[in-house]
Design a protein around this ligand. Structure first.
Ligand code: ADP
Length: 259
């Protein structure tokens, strides 16, 4: 555990990692893991040595999204060796434990696992590490924001009111713990009909854009609701590396995150 000074935790640098970016959301199901994965792949496409850490201990999705499975090897000093696909180094609780077992984990065990994922992975000289956070503003988020030196956070939301309200809680939390918010990503923004090209705003219009301007935050990108984003994720070949029409939506976010 990091040392404490005057009751405040000291934020530690993750070994061998230059820059750390958190991807978070107020609630589940808004596309946070999909954004994390496509963002990591787009950063790699920009030529950065990129890692992807799945900090969603109870619902890890990175193994499926990155088409990876199996237990990580351990170094002589007990460090976890990342699993690699598409040029991205990854680590996830999903490699260490089955999902059925994870749900019975309690307090201390969870915190210990989190420490291991944060500080005991043998990353290989990363320019940037994308951390896929669990949804909401619970213990894991607090631990990470207090203990890890973070360069910025990206908040994903749909334009729907309820998802937005939860995202606002995230904005408040990051402001409280002094983590810079790089901006918001509006996911499932609109549906472009493949037959007639009509744009439907299924979850409302531009809710995230309005909220962003209220909080003086940038909108890093608006991603359409598109079947391929879902189906390509399901087969472990995310659109950032498999669909030239959809990849640019994530590439432009990566450009801004890299800046
Ligand atoms: P979260 O991490 O917020 O729980 P996920 O990234 O797991 O959400 O996404 C939830 C579901 O929505 C997944 O099935 C995913 O493939 C799908 N999804 C995410 N973004 C989009 C999108 N823009 N268009 C269509 N489906 C999407």
């Amino acid at each position: 555990m990091p040392r404490m000074s005057k009751g405040l935790p000291i934020r530690q640098k993750i070994p061998n990692v230059e820059k750390v970016i958190l991807v978070s959301s107020g609630k589940g199901g808004v596309g946070k893991s999909t954004v994390s994965t496509n963002l990591a792949l787009s950063l790699r496409n920009l030529g950065l040595k990129t890692g992807l850490l799945d900090a969603d201990l109870f619902g890890p999705s990175i193994p499926k999204l990155m088409n990876l499975a199996g237990e990580p090897r351990i170094t002589e000093t007990g460090k976890l060796i990342p699993l690699v696909n598409y040029g991205i180094q990854t680590m996830s609780m999903g490699y260490l434990i089955s999902e059925e077992n994870a749900v019975v984990w309690r307090g201390l065990m969870v915190m210990k696992a989190l420490q291991q994922l944060l500080f005991e992975v043998q990353w290989e000289d990363l320019d940037i590490l994308v951390i896929d956070m669990p949804p909401g503003t619970g213990d894991t988020q607090l631990t990470i924001s207090q203990q890890v030196k973070v360069d910025g956070s990206v908040i994903v939301s749909t334009p729907q009111d309820i998802a937005l309200l939860d995202a606002v809680k995230g904005i408040t939390m990051f402001n409280k713990v002094n983590i810079p918010i790089l901006g918001l990503v509006q996911n499932m923004s609109f549906f472009l009909c493949p037959n007639c090209n009509h744009e439907s705003h299924v979850f409302g219009t531009d809710g995230v854009l309005r909220e962003a301007s209220k909080h003086n935050l940038e909108v890093l990108g608006s991603i359409p609701l598109n079947e391929k984003i879902c189906t390509q994720s399901d087969i472990g070949k995310p659109v950032a590396i498999s669909d030239p029409q959809l990849a640019p939506f994530y590439a432009s976010i990566a450009e801004k995150v890299r800046a």
